[in-house]
Write a protein that binds this ligand. Structure first.
Ligand SMILES: [Zn+2]
Length: 258
């Protein structure tokens, strides 16, 4: 049930009986040389397509830009930054709250959006509301049994996990000719890069924030190589994510609010 397709009397009737609303949130950013800039928006969009058939909670329009300052130097990436995204999230949630919404379920596509989401959620909690973050790419890790002590769906940025999701959405959006290894530049021989924002020292990952392009010129990061991606993996994962969110929403809407 899309809010953008409702009339105002329909929205009025909805918020008289229901106080939960779903908000999809994406990002416009580099996802490696092989993947579309809208990856973090396209995947939540696909999840809500499934979700629409599974529950009757109103879905607000997608917010297609996020906070992605560290990826800003790759062409096509656009970041709202922390402060502006916080203001956008505040305006959207307060606007919906004015009409009766008190529970917000954000289907988030991008890790950099988490700090502004945390801040918005705390503001809302002080006002007698609740905001749940469905950070889908992490949420799905526990939805399949571990193999060798690790989720087979575990993934990083632009790796096998996200590439699989995009293959499930539209394989023509993946440029297979650009899939390659993406070695990361560490700080020194003793401080190798272990991720987009970390170096590893004596077995521990230490954040040393750098612009992502200084770490890798390719733009995908993680230990899930995009060459291992498949549409089947993506389809199964997107459906599982939607089912999980629908089940969570059922419990979330029953929680008594102050
Ligand atoms: Zn992403």
């Amino acid at each position: 049930m899309r809010l953008e397709n409702m009339t105002w009397p329909q929205a009025e009737a909805y918020f008289q009986k229901e106080d939960t609303v779903i908000i999809p949130l994406g990002s416009m950013e580099c996802h490696g040389r092989h993947m579309p800039l809208g990856t973090d928006t396209l995947i939540p969009n696909k999840i809500i397509e499934h979700l629409e058939t599974m529950c009757d909670i109103a879905i607000a329009p997608m917010i297609p830009y996020g906070c992605t300052d560290y990826l800003a130097s790759y062409p096509g990436t656009v970041s709202l930054g922390h402060d502006v995204l916080y203001q956008v999230l505040t305006a959207v949630t307060q606007g919906l709250k004015a009409h009766g919404a008190r529970r917000f379920i954000v289907i988030n596509g991008h890790g950099g959006n988490i700090p502004p989401l945390d801040r918005t959620a705390l503001d809302l909690e002080k006002q007698g509301c609740l905001l749940a973050q469905m950070n889908w790419w992490q949420m799905v890790w526990t939805l399949v049994p571990d193999q060798n002590g690790k989720s087979p769906w575990h993934g990083g940025h632009g790796g096998g996990e996200e590439t699989s999701a995009i293959l499930a959405i539209d394989p023509s959006l993946v440029d297979f000719s650009e899939i390659s290894d993406a070695p990361m530049n560490g700080l020194s021989e003793t401080l190798p890069a272990s991720g987009m924002r970390t170096v590893r020292f004596r077995g521990t990952d230490i954040p040393v924030n750098r612009m992502s392009r200084h770490v890798s010129d390719n733009g995908w990061f993680g230990d899930d190589h995009p060459k291992d991606a498949s549409a089947e993996w993506g389809e199964e994962m997107i459906r599982a994510a939607a089912e999980y969110i629908a089940a969570f929403a059922e419990e979330f809407r029953k929680v008594p609010l102050e």
